[in-house]
Design a protein around this ligand. Structure first.
Ligand SMILES: [Zn+2]
Ligand SMILES: [Zn+2]
Length: 418
């Protein structure tokens, strides 16, 4: 029986990978403009990192992690999100001793969550994320939103909405949690089991519940924005001024609390109206307590993550323009031992000189080799038969206009490199 890929995973095939590379190229270019360097962290981490870093009352930790014992009896987890591993690396490598802020991105990082696969959201999916450590300013929050928006715009996406909210700090969160607790008290018995489990320890998570009935109840719940302390309010106002100054449209959406425990103050999402059921393409926020939570000195930080599968899906749905797939420049057609040998060595010479070239690996007839060159959409075909070999020349055909040129075999490489 044929073995299939695990549910919720997807292959990127050779004929499609150029789309990924295109998006990755844009991301790298944009990060360079924003002065952000790449960090790469392992796919596996100690489970403890996510219990502490993501929060043990979150859906991710309670329901969705791929956790297993390794042969040394350690509890290991496949990364369910990108930030905790980066913070762990930041601390372990003492990057806090470097000049602040420390700005870093990860790209194409696989993230694993055991959940019901949905459009653009697989059990193994890939993320682009940015984390900025050491800066508490609202300008930093705004900078990240601009980066994400610019990327999506660069990629040809339209119909995007930036939604922002502030969920306060530990100081004002206490007040809020009390108000929320009081509000939910009368309803909690009718709510789902997950919500009931969170009620005592972390009522704010309940706002994130996706059950219809719970959502209905949460509509009347108090909002974090009404409980902000003076500092948090000033931060939020500053952020809005920054976005206004750059002409960025946004909406304050008090429903956004993000599904992770570590956020403080700013949270944001970028929503596309083109993905289908769940339209968030990018989400992030400030996490001023996470570094300390994971054993470091208190240090403000802010970041976002963006799912690449979902981004590509939105791009396909919105007919965003991808560049043409890469094409072979020169395809050789040769029949007979000597001509084939000459073609083979010319292909190598061209490649060594930076020209993409291909030859017939399949012992095809001349006619079939032409078909193959067409299939590859080669820009040129070079025909070498016994006659050509005797004359020391070859017929070079420009496939776009059909014009044929005789070129000396000794000059083929020059012909294509000049
Ligand atoms: Zn506050
Ligand atoms: Zn619920």
């Amino acid at each position: 029986m044929q073995i299939q890929a695990p549910k919720g995973t997807k292959d990127v095939l050779p004929q499609d990978s150029y789309k990924w590379q295109y998006v990755e190229g844009k991301i790298r270019e944009l990060c360079r403009l924003y002065g952000i360097s790449e960090i790469r962290t392992p796919v596996i981490e100690h489970t403890e990192l996510f219990l502490r870093g993501v929060g043990d009352t979150t859906d991710i930790v309670q329901k969705e992690m791929y956790t297993f014992k390794d042969k040394g009896d350690r509890s290991i987890t496949l990364k369910p999100e990108g930030t905790a591993g980066v913070v762990r690396a930041f601390l372990e490598n003492r990057l806090f001793n470097e000049t602040m802020p420390q700005k870093m991105f990860y790209l194409n990082a696989p993230v694993f969550r055991y959940e019901k696969p949905q459009a653009g959201r697989l059990r193994e999916h890939h993320q682009f994320g940015v984390e900025i450590f050491g800066a508490a300013s609202y300008e930093t929050d705004a900078e990240l939103m601009l980066l994400a928006l610019n990327l999506l715009k660069e990629l040809g996406l339209e119909d995007l909405e930036l939604k922002i909210n502030s969920i306060g700090c530990e100081k004002c969160r206490k007040e809020y949690n009390k108000a929320l607790y009081d509000y939910l008290k009368g309803h909690i018995d009718s709510m789902c089991r997950t919500c009931q489990g969170r009620f005592e320890r972390n009522p704010m998570r309940i706002i994130d519940c996706k059950e219809e009935h719970c959502k209905e109840i949460c509509k009347g719940a108090p909002r974090t924005i009404d409980f902000l302390c003076d500092d948090c309010r000033a931060h939020f106002e500053g952020l809005k001024r920054c976005l206004d100054a750059c002409g960025v449209k946004y909406e304050v959406d008090t429903d956004i609390v993000r599904g992770l425990d570590y956020y403080t103050r700013t949270v944001f999402e970028i929503v596309s109206n083109n993905v289908g059921a769940q339209g968030t393409v990018c989400g992030g926020g400030r996490y001023n307590n996470l570094v300390e939570e994971l054993g470091g000195q208190p240090l403000p930080a802010v970041g976002f993550g963006l799912g690449l599968e979902r981004l590509l899906l939105v791009m396909e749905n919105t007919k965003a323009i991808f560049p043409d797939p890469p094409r072979i420049k020169v395809c050789f057609a040769a029949v007979g031992d000597e001509p084939k040998l000459r073609a083979f060595s010319l292909v190598q010479q061209l490649r060594e000189n930076g020209v993409s070239a291909e030859f017939d690996h399949m012992d095809r007839s001349m006619k079939a080799q032409f078909k193959y060159a067409n299939k590859l959409e080669a820009e040129y075909t070079v025909v070498i038969g016994e006659d050509e070999l005797r004359d020391g020349s070859a017929k070079v055909k420009n496939m776009a206009d059909g014009i044929e040129t005789m070129v000396m075999l000794d000059e083929i490489v020059d012909f294509f490199t000049e």
